[in-house]
Each structure stands twice: as structure tokens, then as C-alpha cells.
Write a new protein. Sequence first.
Length: 341
Amino acid sequence: MNPEREPTAGRGLVRISVVIPVYSGADTLADLVAEIAAYHEPQSTPDGRRYIVDEVALVWDRGPDLSDSVIRKLAATYDWVRPVWLSRNFGQHAATVAGMTATGGQWIVTMDEDGQHNPADIAKLLDTAYAERAQLVYAAPTNKAPHSVLRNVASHATKTVFLRLLSSGSEHRFHSFRLVAGEPGRSVAAYVGPGVYLDVALSWVVSDVASCPVTLRAEGRSASNYTTRRLFSHFWRLVISSGNRPLRLVSGLGVATTFLGLLFATYLVVLRLTGGTDVEGWTSAVVTTLLVGGVVMLSLGVIAEYVGVAAGMSMGKPMYVVVRDPEEAFEQAGADDAADG
């Protein structure tokens, strides 16, 4: 076994950092952290490996509810809970990346705020990592996610399209419940740019990936935060993050369209020479124009997205910005105003 592929050496206590991006977790976050608290004491995995959840990073992504107040209470209750405050809403992936940079554990676990992911499954992910010598382990749900039929179908289709057309051959489906080795995880979080899908960025630096079967629980809230628009935004970010494969697909589509055009032209010439029935010119012209125009517009749209991402990075657009607790900032401003008065 190559020592460079060993996730961590020895049989000592493995320290794990948990990252939870928080957007609308006022009703679920306290219960989830209370569950995790049981693992702040040394535990044993089914394979007998000793581990401990050393810290929990709660990343406030400027959601619409009172999640920030819940985070403050949890940080006051548990000294191992670390709040991370973002300056505005940057999205789940950016919030996850911000939390990863704030960790210090040998391994990083990312979880959702809604309670679907069971903290007890962290042990299974860890055993899978060591058994398969993997630096990255994705949860592989054995049951359907407790979402609407439309969202489940859209999520499955998105991941299938990526695996079949855009990925570099990985057979593992992405999932927000994941375990990643601390060093590559923090390294990716440190340099990844805006608009990049986190799992694609991880695939750039991690070659040993595994999956672990888990059972998803019901959400602890009545409705999901993900609208159709946000789901499409995630899919498009996944496409753009996959490198030049979409551009190659567009190029292939252009070649195919050209080939079909030549076939159609050949068919018309043969039809004319053999004295067959003439095809009305305006019909073929309209069909061809619509087909070619659609391909051209699609190609320009994909290229424009790449140009937009590149322009944003060149202008210094950050993926996220971490600030101090907004409540403390306003309290300090009020105190300064009172002193000046």
C-alpha cells in the first residue's frame, strides 16, 4: 500500500469536523446539534475505530428566518460549536466551502441543516474511507429522498446527465452528506473560485472516491428551500464547472448539424436529378434555419456562461466573504454613536 494514499496513520483517536451550511434551519438546527453532541465524546465505529466530533462549524448564509439567533444560542451552549457569518447569501456550496476553511479536523463531514442526515452514519462513512482507502466518501441513500416527486426526478436526472456526459468516469453520485480528508478538503476550499460546483472541484484533487449506503430521514421542516429555479441554477453550475466537456459537446452538435445538412442537401440534389417530386423551398429553408439557429444560440449561450465566469473571477469576485457576527457589529456601531454623542 502506497503510504501517500493512507488517509490517516495509526489507530489513534480520529478527529472529525462537521460543517453545516445554514439558510433556513431555525426549526431543525438545535435538534441536529443536540444529536451531534453525543459524538463529542470518543466513540467507536462498527469496525472498532475510535473517533470524536471535535467541532461543528455552523455557516449562516443569510437566510429568511431566525437561524442566526439559534446559532448564537448553540455557540453559547456548546464551546465546540463555531459560527461562521457570511456577508450575504452566497448559496449552499459557497457556505459549505466557507465552513470547510474554518475547520481543523483530520476529516470533514458536510451535512444538511434539515435533519435528513443522521449523525450516527458518520461512523459508517469513516469505516468506508479506511476500508477502501478513499479520501472522499459520499453517502448513497438506500431510500428515496423525502422530497416531492418533481424534485427527486430532477435531482436524479441531473446527476445521471453529469455522470454519463460530463464526468471523467466516476461512478459515484454526488451527495451533500459527504466525508472528505481534511487536507485536500481545506486546500480545495482555499482556492476554488466563484461559480464552481464543490464536488467537481473535489474531483480535481481527489482520485480515491467511495460510496457508503445510508438511510435518509424525513425533513424536520414542512417544506424544502429548493425551488425549481434554484435546482436549475445548481445544475447549470455543475455543467459550467465540468471544464471543457460542454464545449466539446457543443462542437460535436455543430459537426452533427453540418453532417445532417449535407445529407439533406444530397437528398434534394438526388431528388431533383431523378425527377422526383419537388420539395417546396420555403419549407426546407424554414426548418433548416430554425434548426441551425437553435444550435447557434445554444452554443453562444454556453460560451457566454464561460465568459461570464471568467470575467467574474478576473474582476476579483469572491466566492464568499466571512464577517463578524452582524449583531455584534451593530451593537458596536450603536456604542460608538453613543460615545460620540
